[in-house]
Write a protein that binds this ligand. Structure first.
Ligand code: BG6
Length: 494
């Protein structure tokens, strides 16, 4: 079903996100008929660019990054016609007035009922000023709806996030604000609730009586690339944990929502985040959290430089590029079950996986007494492969009394013909339809910050806890001890 007609305003249209994700997402939506003909896209950035140049940028980006190719010339022409560019100084309200006039023309030309979606692919300190100028420049006065889509990071800590939210809420209602966490747009992250709540295999076991621990791993091979300036102030805690890791954890841990409405699901996620046991002291943080930073190393014999040697990074930086922690949720369902979360840059492989490790069968059972049984696992593969597999124990064929672990695999991404939409595609489509389930609500963001802030503040007090790991390795050696202390180990990721 096509989304309602709207003008899409892409702030930061000459940036990396637009090129890699947003243009390709819009093209895929168009190609699939999810964008009807009554839409327009206005590219906005400071740099002067003609409409033709802008369309050429879009074409190039699709050629490089889109799952569909723009090789049907007629289709491309029809699509490109909807794209215009305007150079804009976002601190000057006059430009916004001009934009309002341009918008009226686009509404008429493409028969758009005044719906406006403002996508800010900008640094967060600009979210407030842009919102005020949208209002003061008259862009919010059209007869249709207005929606604001913003990228992370939402603040630097709870306090700055509150200030930012306070600014936005002077202009937009909470229901008009769509905070992107692109992990929530991923097929398998959305699938978590389906797997959990529609399978008699899993649902009754999803608690501390049957689950021994949960492991969420998000490893990347890349370093900080050209983002040293941003990353050095942010680090893995703010860049990945506060948002993506906390969101995945909430999806795994939340109670079933009473209805499948955005607000019900988000209420449950907030409750899960609120039940995270806060770290009360620096000593507790040290006991449960590991921070690492990559030093020189290699991956597949390719030499890799250390983090401190990267562009725009302070040569004495103590910013973490690796994070691992043991966290607990103090509620009925999860009491006593450790959740281990880890993420890092310059690790050996790019992968995101959730492993649910089940408790063993009672050890007075015949088999358990005789054999060292491996625990049952449910593994949810988020990326790059998408799918699930379960590990169970079975008799080794032809050999009496030998039990071996076997796995059953559902590889969604291996299936021929499956070409799952990119996270950004789903999220833009959802925002255009007013579907906010997979966007983070303010109270979720606030809960995640208040948990993360305690860790950041312990680290500020004592930077000596930073551990170096060679680029291309699995992180500081102490991450194994974190689990070993509880009698567990990390399950290797695939
Ligand atoms: C972004 C982070 O939010 O997520 C990046 O800012 C990180 O540092 C990226 O590389 C990972 O996303 P994905 O979809 O490639 O796993």
């Amino acid at each position: 079903i096509a989304a309602e007609g709207a003008v899409y305003y892409l702030f930061g249209a000459t940036g990396d996100l637009a090129r890699r994700k947003l243009f390709p997402a819009l093209f895929s939506l168009y190609k699939e008929g999810k964008l009807a003909e009554n839409f327009a896209v206005v590219g906005l950035a400071r740099r002067p660019r003609t409409n033709e140049q802008f369309r050429a940028d879009v074409h190039e980006s699709i050629g490089e990054f889109c799952r569909y190719k723009a090789d049907d010339a007629a289709l491309w022409e029809r699509f490109a016609e909807h794209f215009v560019y305007m150079s804009l100084d976002i601190n000057n309200v006059d430009g916004f007035r001009e934009l309002a006039a341009l918008s009226k023309g686009l509404d008429e030309k493409f028969n758009i009922p005044g719906n406006r979606l403002f996508y800010l692919a900008l640094a967060p300190n600009l979210f407030g000023p842009v919102s005020f100028n949208l209002r003061d420049g008259g862009l919010l006065e059209s007869p249709g709806w207005n929606r604001l889509v913003i990228e992370k990071p939402f603040g630097y800590d709870l306090e700055s996030a509150r200030e930012l939210n306070q600014q936005l809420s002077q202009v937009f209602e909470e229901s008009e604000i769509y905070r992107i966490d692109h992990y929530l747009g991923k097929e398998m992250v959305q699938n978590i609730q389906v797997l959990r709540f529609s399978n008699a295999f899993f649902e009754p076991l999803w608690n501390n009586k049957h689950i021994a621990n949960v492991q969420i791993s998000l490893s990347e091979t890349v370093g900080v690339e050209e983002r040293g300036g941003y990353y050095d102030k942010s680090g893995a805690l703010r860049d990945m944990v506060q948002n993506h890791m906390m969101q995945m954890l909430a999806m795994i841990a939340m109670e079933p929502p009473s209805r499948l409405h955005a607000e019900d699901l988000r209420d449950e996620k907030v409750k899960a985040l609120r039940s995270l046991r806060p770290f009360d002291s620096a000593a507790e943080v040290n006991q449960h959290v590991i921070r690492g930073q990559y030093s020189e190393g290699a991956n597949n014999d390719k030499p890799l430089s250390g983090y401190r040697q990267e562009d725009s990074v302070n040569p004495e930086s103590t910013t973490e590029t690796y994070f691992a922690a043991r966290v607990y949720l103090d509620n009925f369902r999860w009491a006593g079950v450790p959740f281990y979360i880890r993420t890092g840059k310059r690790l050996p492989v790019k992968t995101t996986e959730v492993v649910i490790e089940f408790k063993n069968v009672p050890d007075n059972m015949l088999f358990a007494q005789r054999h060292d049984l491996a625990p049952n696992l449910l593994v949810i593969r988020v990326n790059p492969m998408e799918g699930i597999y379960i590990k169970i124990n079975a008799k080794k064929p032809g050999v009496d009394n030998v039990v071996q672990p076997v796995s059953m695999e559902f590889c969604q991404s291996c299936m021929i013909g499956i070409n799952t939409p990119e996270a950004y595609e789903r999220l833009i489509y959802d925002a255009a339809r007013g579907e906010s389930t997979y966007f983070t609500r303010w109270d979720e963001v606030a809960e995640a910050w208040s948990f993360v802030d305690r860790i950041a503040s312990a680290w500020r007090e004592d930077s000596s806890t930073l551990q170096l790991y060679p680029a291309g390795s699995w992180g500081p050696a102490s991450v194994d001890a974190l689990l070993a202390a509880d009698g567990f180990h990390w399950w290797p990721v695939n």
